[in-house]
Design a binder for this molecule. Structure first.
Ligand SMILES: [Zn+2]
Ligand SMILES: [Zn+2]
Length: 349
């Protein structure tokens, strides 16, 4: 089946309207009419070949929400008409230890929602900047938010789970002091989620102008990281720091804020490495420096249900398809509060 999409034909070309092919739903497939798709920073990296191996035409998008429009004969978990989401994963090996534990995100055979190998034409996956997508039922999530919130649910499928999973893994909750570094697409979700989990949340920003915004998102305190006195006041006090910043920066300035046995988890993927941390800052208080990548399918469902229960969605700016290239430029400048979401009804032009 041919569907309208938006994508790029080369790394140095803007995204434009194009047609792509979707497979007919197989026995275990769910066909989704995509209503909205979030714009993630990874989309821009892939489209511009800033990470290795981009295939063209590249149709990005892995923050997908919409309604089921067809199901295969053996599909039991979703029905036509259901509100559903698809995140960063559309397939995995389904038999390794990670898949068995519902940690498909760490499967060596994980297939990303775009730019990953597939038997489908054209040979690599194409993502959510499209009218429809066809996905194996295992990787389709249920959306239990009210329909009027659907556009703002889309970013939960990447930004939401990328922050939820480490917060859960390192036990953010009542009695815990949790830092969130960076107040962008990821960080704003991190603040909302950590607050809803009951942690004492401290937001770190380089920009004094984001103080009030961070408080509105749920931060109990806000630290401007350039201010040495403000930083020093929090020395050796954090149980956990969620670091969402993708640009290379001084990790030591944050590591020294962890108390004994504290952990800082990195979820931003820098194009060039961070300066190496001073190992003494790890040794001295048995601190850990860790990483985390999105989340598995069961935890992504848990995150969506947690967000529905607590009324949590992303703060978004809705754009038309013909505004995607401008949105990329604005995203590079940090000029979005906090996530762009595409209205896929505008793809057909
Ligand atoms: Zn993403
Ligand atoms: Zn696997």
């Amino acid at each position: 089946m041919q569907v309208q999409a938006y994508g790029a034909h080369a790394a140095d070309k803007p995204l434009e309207s194009l047609e792509i092919t979707r497979r007919a739903p197989g026995a275990h497939d769910v066909q989704i009419d995509i209503a909205f798709c979030g714009i993630c920073h990874s989309d821009l990296h892939q489209v511009r070949a800033e990470w290795a191996g981009t295939q063209y035409p590249c149709v990005p998008g892995h923050e997908i929400v919409g309604r089921v429009s067809a199901v295969g004969a053996h599909v039991t978990s979703h029905r036509v008409g259901d509100l559903v989401g698809v995140g960063c994963i559309v397939d995995s090996c389904q038999h390794c230890a990670e898949c068995d534990e519902g940690l498909e995100n760490y499967c060596d055979g994980m297939i990303g929602t775009y730019n990953a190998p597939t038997p489908d034409a054209p040979g690599w996956t194409q993502g959510g900047y499209a009218e429809k997508i066809v996905v194996h039922e295992r990787y389709v999530l249920k959306v239990r938010h009210p329909e009027e919130q659907l556009a703002a649910v889309a970013p939960l499928l990447c930004a939401g789970i990328t922050t939820y999973s480490p917060l859960r893994h390192w036990n953010a909750g009542p009695g815990k002091k949790v830092g969130v570094v960076g107040i962008g697409g990821l960080g704003h979700m991190g603040i909302k989620l950590a607050h809803a989990m009951g942690a004492h949340v401290v937001a770190f920003t380089t920009s004094d102008s984001k103080r009030e915004a961070a408080r509105q998102l749920g931060a109990d305190e806000v630290v401007v990281s350039k201010n040495a006195d403000e930083m020093a006041a929090h020395a050796k006090s954090f149980d956990f720091i969620l670091n969402t910043v993708a640009a290379p920066h001084d990790l030591d300035a944050l590591l020294v804020l962890l108390k004994r046995d504290g952990t800082m988890a990195l979820v931003g993927a820098p194009a060039t490495p961070h300066p190496s941390p001073n190992v003494f800052n790890l040794i001295m208080k048995r601190r850990s420096l860790a990483g985390s990548m999105i989340g598995g399918i069961p935890e992504t469902q848990e995150m969506l249900d947690f967000c529905a229960e607590h009324g949590i969605v992303a703060d978004i700016e809705l754009v038309r398809a013909d505004q995607i290239n401008d949105a990329y430029e604005r995203m590079l400048k940090g000029d979005v509060r906090y996530r762009f979401v595409i209205d896929n009804a505008t793809l057909a032009g």
